[in-house]
Write a protein that binds this ligand. Structure first.
Ligand SMILES: Cc1ncc(C[n+]2csc(CCOP(=O)(O)OP(=O)(O)O)c2C)c(N)n1
Ligand SMILES: CC(=O)[C@@H](O)[C@H](O)COP(=O)(O)O
Ligand SMILES: [Mg+2]
Length: 641
């Protein structure tokens, strides 16, 4: 397969309206070309590959049958929306995916009218689609009009509570709403849980369900090939005792399962649904993640996300790593500690690989729980484990922990339960952009009474923080660390248990003190090198803790210096705000201390490389240097004090 494939049918498509002029056979040809174009584009950009390949036929069928953007097509998570972007006027920019100023890797309202609702986090599509449907019923309006509302949700995302909250509400409201369950038997890892087993049973018994739909009078919703067989079997079925599918019990009509790669099934089903559906309907579509690209189909994660790769071999072009990833350091340390302490266990919400807990699960499968995409449950489940005398590590990406925040407050913090929060992907993450930025955890964790909040400055610090968390039985404790590799420092042979609420001095200087929280420390030290060359020698300390603060250290720094600058990889309201509160409470500002707090700006930063995003945020070494100079009143142009 060449990296720029021939695409004669796709070349005739600029918007979905062009699909209406194609015959069904041409649509099949289009799907083939769309798949090769998607593979080719992602090979150049990197990104989410497998999910998009699995919905190529579905994407073609939906745009061929429905009238987007009037009909609202809402992709859950939206990591599978690259083929959709290609068909909706963005083919010319598809090779800029996830790059600075390029297309987002997710659906984004500001990018296209064909993206009626943005996402990145899972299980929001049915709620949003129901909102559109009810707005339509109530006479609401939007620029593109309000037609059908269609949510496409994967089997992994369907397991989240939010999806069921929406189904429950939609079934009750009873209005026309189309939910397509894209069942590929995969989350990022193989899905876990009872719902997954239930879906397995549904399609293992597929003919039965076609017939049951017939028995319920839904025969007209089925395409002719199904309809004949169904009619014949109707009487037989009447004598059978059948329970409804879970979805029918929730008030939905259920159609399926159907082969999501067969346009001869998809097109007639969607056309019939479009013509006849009255209330909420769920179409169960079976697909394969990574479909049509052997290196993806054959891999354990079915090609979920890939760096740039060679199309022929599937081999990824990854930059060589110089240091272990923080995630791996966390997982290895925890596994080591778990070997010595049988009370240590761990919880992940559908991210065993992303959090590194798959490593621990290899050795201690009974002590690692993948709860599915269910962060709220994951947090409260951890609280229960802690109440039961275990030492749970609740490992979540900062951005996904947001979903479990009430549980952090209500179930963990108020009850002072010793849940250990391992907060991965803290700070700006790069290509996934604003939806995945770990910007808020320090603010939302450190404001909770009794919560201990740490940030690792490097991978050796992370080792110590994992051990510190394991040893901390007095209440909840959290430690954060970023995406990607460490700085290459030696890891401690024996992890050190850190004194709670104590920072460490890194270097002693004069006039200005920089108090760093987390991995910006490396940038601070780079800034110090250039400042030294200008005759300014900052003191640098690593706070380690945002809660409790090292009061003694901070007040001493304030007393000994003309200026104090804090820096962190988080939004306002976090570490710097707590330091400011302390200084204000202690009346330090009354004595003329120059205080500055370097935090993420009050804006959502678009996808780019992490380094570029930090430059946009004003948190790199040059910007730290500039902050020091302006704070001290140095003339920046002449660089003279
Ligand atoms: C709230 C939340 N938790 C975790 C994730 C990470 N995540 C992204 S895609 C995905 C798997 C989704 O599985 P499924 O819905 O079946 O889609 P598929 O990739 O199989 O098409 C996960 C866990 C997320 N995006 N949002
Ligand atoms: C779509 C989604 O939420 C995940 O696939 C996410 O992109 C994973 O991020 P990492 O690459 O940091 O594990
Ligand atoms: Mg899936």
């Amino acid at each position: 397969m060449s990296s720029r494939p021939e695409t004669p049918v796709l070349d005739r498509v600029t918007t979905p309206a062009d699909l209406k002029r194609l015959s069904d056979d041409e649509l099949i040809r289009l799907a083939h070309e769309l798949r090769t174009e998607t593979i080719s584009a992602v090979s150049e950009t990197g990104g989410h590959l497998g999910a998009g390949l699995g919905v190529v036929e579905l994407t073609v069928a939906l745009h061929a049958v429905f009238d987007t953007p009037r009909d609202k097509l809402i992709w859950d998570v939206s990591h599978q929306c690259y083929p959709h972007k290609i068909l909706t006027g963005r083919r010319d920019r598809i090779r800029t995916l996830r790059m600075k100023d390029g297309l987002s890797g997710f659906a984004k309202r500001s990018e296209s009218p064909y993206d009626p609702f943005g996402a990145g986090h899972s299980s929001t599509s049915i709620s949003a689609a129901l909102g559109f449907a009810m707005a339509r019923e109530l006479g609401g309006s939007c620029e593109t009009g309000l037609g059908d509302a269609i949510a496409v949700i994967g089997d992994g995302s369907m397991s989240a509570g939010m999806a069921f909250e929406a189904m429950n509400n939609a079934g009750h409201l009873g209005k026309r709403l189309i939910v397509i369950l894209n069942d590929n038997e995969m989350s990022i890892a193989p899905p876990t849980g009872a719902l997954s087993s239930y879906l397995n049973r549904l399609y293992a018994e597929a003919p039965f369900h076609d017939l049951k739909a017939a028995a319920k009078g839904a025969v007209n919703l089925l395409p002719p090939p199904f309809r004949e067989g169904a009619k014949r079997a109707k009487d037989v079925l009447k004598s059978m005792t059948v329970g409804g599918t879970l979805f029918e019990e929730l008030g939905f009509s259920y159609v399926g399962p159907i082969d999501g790669h067969d346009l001869h099934q998809l097109l007639p089903v969607l056309r019939t649904v479009k013509a006849r559906a009255t209330g909420p309907i769920l179409i169960h579509v079976l697909t394969k993640k990574g479909k049509g690209y052997a290196p993806a189909e054959g891999s354990a994660d079915r090609g979920h996300a890939r760096a740039k790769f060679d199309v022929v071999t599937g081999e990824q072009k990854k930059a060589p790593s110089n240091a272990p990833a923080y995630t791996k350091v966390f997982a290895q340390t925890l596994t080591r500690l778990a070997a010595a302490d049988p009370r240590i266990c761990a919880v992940t919400a559908a991210m065993p690989d992303g959090t590194g807990l798959d490593l621990m699960a290899e050795r201690f499968p009974d002590r690692v729980f993948d709860v599915g995409i269910a962060e709220q449950h994951g947090v409260t489940f951890s609280a229960g484990l802690a109440a039961g005398g275990m030492k749970p590590f609740c490992a979540m990406y900062s951005t996904f922990l947001q979903r479990g925040y009430d549980q952090v407050v209500h179930d963990v913090a108020i009850q002072r339960l010793p849940v250990r929060f391992a907060i991965d992907r803290a700070g700006l993450v790069g290509a996934d952009g604003a939806t995945h930025a770990g910007a808020y955890d320090v603010a939302f964790m450190a404001n909770l009474p009794g919560m201990v909040v740490m940030a690792a400055a490097d991978e050796a610090e992370l080792v110590n923080m994992v051990a510190t968390a394991a040893a901390h039985d007095e209440g909840p404790i959290a430690f954060r660390y970023p995406r990607g590799e460490g700085v290459g420092v030696e890891l401690p042979e024996t992890p050190q248990i850190l004194p709670i609420g104590k920072g460490r001095m890194i270097r002693t200087g004069s006039r200005v003190a920089i108090l760093s929280f987390g991995t910006r420390l490396q940038e601070v030290l780079r800034a110090c090198e250039t400042l030294e060359a200008r005759g300014i020698s900052p003191t640098v300390a690593d706070a380690r803790f945002a809660k409790p603060l090292d009061r003694e250290l901070i007040l001493q720094l304030a007393q000994d210096h003309e200026a104090l600058i804090t820096i962190e990889e988080g939004a306002v309201g976090g570490f710097g705000s707590h330091v400011a509160q302390l200084l204000s409470d202690e009346g330090v500002f009354d004595h003329g201390l120059k205080f500055r707090s370097m935090v993420l700006p009050d804006t959502f930063i678009d996808h780019s490389s992490p380094a570029d995003m930090y430059a946009t945020a004003g948190l790199n070494a040059e910007q730290i240097e500039e902050k020091v100079l302006t704070t001290l009143g140095v003339d920046i142009l002449n660089k003279r004090a």
